[in-house]
Design a protein around this ligand. Sequence first.
Ligand SMILES: C[S@@+](CC[C@H](N)C(=O)[O-])C[C@H]1O[C@@H](n2cnc3c(N)ncnc32)[C@H](O)[C@@H]1O
Length: 201
Amino acid sequence: MTGLSERLLDMGFGHPRGPLGRLGGRLMARGNAATEQRLVDFAALTPDESVLIIGPGPGIGVRAAATRARHTVAVDPSETMLSACRKRCADLIADGKVALIQGDAANTTQPDDSADVILSVNNVMLWPDWHAGFTELRRVLRPGGRILLSAHDKWLPGGLPALKAAVTHAGFIDTQTWTWEPPTRGATTAAQLRAHLPATG
Ligand SMILES: C[S@@+](CC[C@H](N)C(=O)[O-])C[C@H]1O[C@@H](n2cnc3c(N)ncnc32)[C@H](O)[C@@H]1O
C-alpha cells in the first residue's frame, strides 16, 4: 500500500477526520453494525451495569449498549466520530444514559473501578501501546468486571495469540478467544476475546 492510500484510510477509518472521516463513519455504521451488535449481545449486559466503550466510531454499539445498561460512557479521540455519536445518541445523552468523552484507550479520564463492562470493536489495532491501553482499562474496570474485544482478524498484529498475551499480562484472567464471520456482505473475519478481572485485588 502506498503512503497516500495509508493516509486516506487513516483519515476515513483509523483516525477519522474531515469529509473522509464523515464518509468513513457512515460506511462503518453500516458495515460494522452486526459486529457491534454481536459484542453487545455477547456481553449479556444487565440494567444495573455501567459500560465503557473504547473507540465507538459512529456510535452503533453505544446505542445498543445504552438500551440495555444503566449507563454507557464512550471514549474516542476523533471529534468527527464523537459528533456522529452525539447525533445518533442525542435522546440517550439527554436522558443521562450516555456520556461521550474525548480521550483514548490509554487515557480514558474515567475514575478507578468505575465500569462493570468494557467493550471495543475494530479498535485495538490502532492503539500505539497495548501495555498502556490494557493497564488503563484494568484501572477503570471494577474487580470481577469483564472486557470484550473484537477486531478485524487480518489487521490484528500478531493475531489473537498476541492479543491474549497482552490482556493476560495486564492482569485479566479466564481469557477466551474465537473468530466469527459477520453476516454482512464483504465483511472480514472478526477476531474476538472475552476476559475478566479477578474479583478481588
Ligand atoms: C475503525 S474505527 C471503528 C469504529 C467502530 N467501533 C466500528 O467498528 O465501526 C476506529 C475508531 O477508533 C478510534 N481510535 C483511534 N485510535 C484510538 C485509540 N488509541 N484509543 C481509542 N480509540 C481510538 C477512532 O477515532 C475511530 O473512531
